[in-house]
Design a protein around this ligand. Structure first.
Ligand SMILES: N[C@@H](CCC(=O)N[C@@H](CS)C(=O)NCC(=O)O)C(=O)O
Length: 248
């Protein structure tokens, strides 16, 4: 039987005498190792963009997990496409497993590394944020890839006049529901919901989806301060400093 180093440690611990009680909080390391199956290293494959992979990268970084950040060009993607679970990227590989669907991967990692809230209700709020952010990016993508100039302009105007003000008001309200917006989105710890805000505001400031969105977001002092709070987390600051600079 082959074991990774972490699994071997757990195996040896379980062989030891007296037998450890793995349900006991006094044996947290063993418990965590078994539950998490401790992958030796993650490999994330995506295109050379922040795009749908960036929340995964932020999550792995915050969790302190080393990962291979494999970025492929379109030609390389075409070669591997038929081997991908849903013929699309991103995928996350570890221990012989392959996960696809970006938000499935984020949720998997959030559960793994305790970044999903402290109870079911908090997790539901985290999900609300993730689903809202997916809605926002769907609007961006629709506008961004629109080929017809008139329809593109119309979509940009709708985003600017209606959708973005509405979305930012929703996100501001969610933030204020906990600790009056002066801490994290749920409870007393950072979660992937906070990372999702950070990723979105980073893109708004980047300006590639619309010039006025950054001002709209920066006008909300609580959203702006929250953005700074997330970016000030050492693992996040380190990741942002070292990641490849891409325009989206
Ligand atoms: N819902 C999926 C969508 C994945 C997706 O649309 N991936 C795009 C890149 S952002 C892709 O692989 N496009 C190439 C293709 O579909 O041929 C997710 O969130 O992972």
């Amino acid at each position: 039987m082959q074991f990774s180093q972490d699994k071997m440690e757990v195996y040896l611990l379980l062989q030891s005498s007296p037998k450890p009680d793995i349900q006991s909080e006094q044996f947290p390391i063993c418990k965590r190792s078994i539950q998490r199956n401790m992958p030796s290293k993650y490999k994330l494959t995506y295109f050379g963009l922040r795009g749908r992979a960036e929340l995964i990268r932020l999550t792995l970084s915050l969790a302190g997990q080393e990962f291979e950040d494999k970025r492929v060009g379109y030609d390389e993607f075409v070669k591997i496409r038929n081997d991908l679970p849903q013929n699309q990227l991103p995928i996350l590989e570890f221990d012989g497993q392959v996960l696809c669907q970006s938000m499935t991967i984020v949720r998997y990692l959030a559960r793994e590394y305790d970044l999903y809230g402290e109870n079911n209700l908090q997790s539901a709020t985290v999900d609300t944020v993730l689903d809202t952010v997916v809605d926002i990016y769907s609007d961006f993508v629709q506008m961004y890839y629109e080929q017809d100039a008139a329809r593109k302009e119309e979509a940009a105007k709708r985003l600017n006049d209606t959708s973005m003000p509405r979305y930012l008001s929703i996100l501001g309200k969610i933030l204020r529901q906990n600790n009056d917006g002066n801490g994290w989105i749920v409870g007393s710890k950072i979660t992937v919901a906070d990372l999702a805000y950070c990723m979105l505001f980073d893109d708004l400031i980047g300006g590639q989806y619309g010039a006025g969105f950054a001002e709209m977001f920066l006008a909300d002092e609580k959203l702006k301060t929250h953005f700074d709070r997330v970016k000030a987390q050492k693992q996040i600051a380190d990741w942002i400093a070292k990641r490849p600079k891409t325009n989206r």
